[in-house]
Design a protein around this ligand. Structure first.
Ligand code: DOR
Ligand code: ZN
Length: 375
């Protein structure tokens, strides 16, 4: 049995308030424990979005009642809330800025609005940017101009990881995260994920275009932002592992009915598949266990100034091989893009602050056991 520290996922969508049919603080934090995570940072693109004191209270009340692992809640940067978010900054995981198209309403188009937040948000607290390609270049420049750190969410392209590498070499305070789906899936997997019939092609488009649909082929389950990239992009991420500070699931649950429906929302669940996928990569020699712990515990704790969790660890059967099955998961969304994948490494037991929180498929702590780490 392998014993590792409780893992930290700095990027999850738990859907409460507003879309608890997809996930809520209970099911989402149960999925976290089952995946070996003892601390998650929740994104603000809920309904309503979390963008001021009142909405932060709303999310934290639900979390206090229902969370089974520890947590903190992000605030969203909106067009006119720079002061509102600054006033409650210490109670939040950080500020999330959506600078590119994604799920939900929070998106800042004007660079004047970005600047407003860069000027107002306290320098010592994290800003996380959903910024792809050229907007990523712009936000890194802004971080350099305002001399403050910025964390780039879900890096997926070769041009992005190489730019972050160059920025780091220049001493710009940029950190980044990569998601398992951008490490283990590429555009080549889109037809199979979409349920397309053999031979039907899914058109390749640059990642900045809006909708990815072609005649007769539903992009369905493969929809995610940032989109799945080319194999060359995937290879570049693996070749630049040392530039990647954190692994983050971007756990973005939508139900199977929604993914297979008319207007499939973007997003993959990830909390329960991330560790086994990465442990399988460790077994294959693609990264070391030390890399994994750096990027799933040590670095996220440093980047987001998170406290250590005492008497907290995860026991993993590193030799257990099995097939990933959505039916065995705790997430409410009911599917995974990795269905049927053979993996090696199974979470057996999770200890959280001295209590057994999970063992062999069962959640053992009550709803409400989880603590807000920002109080
Ligand atoms: O695919 C995505 N889904 N990317 C995001 O940035 C948001 C997320 C969601 O909330 O569903
Ligand atoms: Zn996200």
């Amino acid at each position: 049995m392998l014993k590792i520290p409780g893992l930290i996922d700095p990027h999850v969508h738990l859907r409460e308030p507003g879309a608890t049919h997809k996930e809520d603080w209970d099911s989402g934090t149960s999925a976290a424990l089952a995946g070996g995570f003892t601390l998650v940072l929740a994104m603000p693109n809920t309904q309503p979005p979390i963008f001021d004191a009142a909405t932060l209270d709303l999310a934290l009340a639900a979390a206090r009642a229902k969370a089974r692992c520890d947590y903190a809640q992000f605030l969203g940067a909106g067009p006119d809330n720079a002061r509102d978010v600054r006033d409650v900054a210490l109670r939040a995981a950080g500020l999330k800025m959506y600078l590119d198209q994604t799920y939900g309403e929070l998106r800042l188009d004007s660079m004047l609005l970005w600047q407003e937040h860069f000027k107002t948000w306290p320098k010592h607290l994290p800003i996380v940017s959903h910024a792809e390609s050229r907007s990523m270049a712009a936000v890194i420049l802004m971080a350099a101009i305002y001399d403050r750190p910025v964390h780039i969410a879900h890096v997926s392209l070769r041009e992005e990881i190489l730019l972050i590498k160059a920025a780091k070499e220049r001493g710009i305070k940029v950190t980044c995260e990569v998601c398992p789906h951008h490490l283990f899936l590429s555009q080549d997997d889109i037809p199979a994920l979409s349920g397309a019939t053999a031979g039907s092609a899914v058109e390749e488009r640059p990642s900045t275009t809006a909708v990815q649909k072609t005649d007769g082929v539903r992009s369905g389950r493969s929809e995610v932002r940032p989109r799945l990239a080319t194999q060359a992009d995937v290879d570049a991420l693996w070749q630049n592992l040392d530039i990647i500070d954190c692994f983050a699931s971007d756990h973005a649950p939508h139900t199977l009915a929604e993914k297979d429906g008319e207007n499939p929302p973007p997003g993959f669940p990830g909390l329960e598949t991330m560790l086994p996928l990465l442990l399988t990569a460790v077994d294959a020699g693609r990264l070391t266990l030390d890399d994994l712990i750096q990027k799933m515990v040590i670095n996220p704790r440093r980047v987001f100034s998170l406290p250590e969790q005492p008497d907290t660890w995860v026991e993993v059967d590193e030799n257990a091989t099995y097939e990933i099955r959505a039916a065995e998961m705790h997430s409410r969304c009911g599917w995974t893009p990795f269905e049927g994948w053979k993996v090696k490494g199974k979470v057996r037991k999770v200890m959280l602050r001295g209590h057994e929180a999970y063992r062999d498929g069962k959640i053992l702590v009550e709803a409400g056991y989880g603590r807000n780490v920002r109080v």
